[in-house]
Design a protein around this ligand. Structure first.
Ligand SMILES: [Zn+2]
Ligand SMILES: [Zn+2]
Length: 328
């Protein structure tokens, strides 16, 4: 089977022995395609993942071999996420499921940018679903990233109809804005790139260029940060009303953050949200299936052999998000 691995600061497509189920439970799936996540870019660019790593986790796949107590069968086309919480540890019981040790240790193997992947029984019974008939493979690949956004919206615990500014309209910002709207919020998005502003508008959500965010801009109840640029942090502090909530959904350059005294004197709440729970993923699928979140026009498709170009084009902002087509 073909796999894409990190090697000498490049993404290289190689041949590897086919993986097989042997006596394990779970399934071997043929990956139809896999979204390229911002976290894959960070792991590659910041050299967090060692050589030999197969990145990718936003998979759309077809079961080719299965030994499972679930109802899934050979030939089923599925989506799955990669991490599963244990449900019983202190983190899980406190609602911080994505901090659970088990959550962090579970994965699809070897990784999504591979022709074949092993999906465990635990994945099949907790986070895998059939692809709804009305979704294309590319649309279905947004199941996991949208799940992350759903979790962020829930964690912010906003009152219905709260005003929310989404800072950064990359693919995640576009999903986040629509997830917020689906949960009944009054949303506006901002970005420095006009095409991204226009894309959000095309989904029926108000959006402006950051340079038009002046003193006349009415401060919002919450700011969702899908950009971590230093300037974006300034934007958040300018746009948030006193007593408001800043939801952090992106890493920032080292040593940057929100000033203590702004948080104290203005009674701000700053909180993070990381990765989705199984319940968030289920909600995400519902939003995609009912069309409450529309993902048309966000992804650009690349063949597995062109995966390096997909990384390069994402890093240089030539495209918003890449989808790697693997078995067609
Ligand atoms: Zn992801
Ligand atoms: Zn746990």
């Amino acid at each position: 089977m073909k796999i894409a691995v990190i090697e000498n600061e490049k993404i290289v497509v190689k041949n590897a022995p086919n993986i097989t189920l042997d006596n394990r439970d779970g399934a071997i799936v043929k990956v139809l395609g896999c979204g390229l996540c911002g976290s894959d870019i960070v792991k590659f660019r910041e050299k967090i993942s060692p050589d030999g790593t197969v990145l990718g986790h936003e998979i759309v796949a077809e079961i080719v071999d299965i030994n499972s107590k679930t109802d899934f069968k050979k030939g089923d086309r599925i989506i799955t996420s990669h991490h599963i919480p244990c449900g019983t540890c202190h983190y899980c019981k406190s609602g911080n499921v994505s901090m659970c040790k088990h959550f962090k240790s579970t994965n699809i193997r070897p990784g999504g940018f591979s022709e074949l992947v092993y999906v465990s029984e635990e994945h099949l019974s907790n986070v895998a679903y059939l692809i709804p008939e009305n979704l294309t493979e590319v649309e279905a690949s947004f199941y996991e990233p949208l799940g992350c956004c759903v979790r962020a919206v829930k964690r912010a615990r906003l009152m219905e109809s709260s005003s929310v500014l989404v800072v950064g309209l990359g693919s995640i910002g576009i999903l986040m804005a629509q997830a917020l709207r689906a949960f009944g919020m009054n949303v506006i998005g901002c970005d420095l790139i006009d095409e991204r502003v226009e894309l959000l508008k095309s989904f029926g959500i108000n959006a402006i260029n950051v340079k038009d965010l002046d003193e006349n801009f009415e401060k919002t109840d919450a700011v969702f940060m899908t950009s971590g640029a230093d300037k974006a942090l300034d934007t958040a502090l300018k746009a948030i009303r006193s007593g408001g909530t800043i939801l952090v959904f992106s890493s920032t350059p080292l040593n940057s953050g929100y000033p203590n005294n702004e948080i104290y004197y203005r009674e701000l709440t700053v909180l993070g949200s990381y990765s989705p729970s199984p319940a968030d993923l289920k909600d995400s699928l519902g939003l995609l299936e009912t069309g409450k979140v529309n993902v048309k026009g966000i992804s650009t498709t690349y063949k597995l052999d062109d995966i390096q170009k997909a990384f390069d084009d994402t890093i240089s902002n030539r495209i918003m998000k890449a989808y790697i087509e693997i078995n067609k």
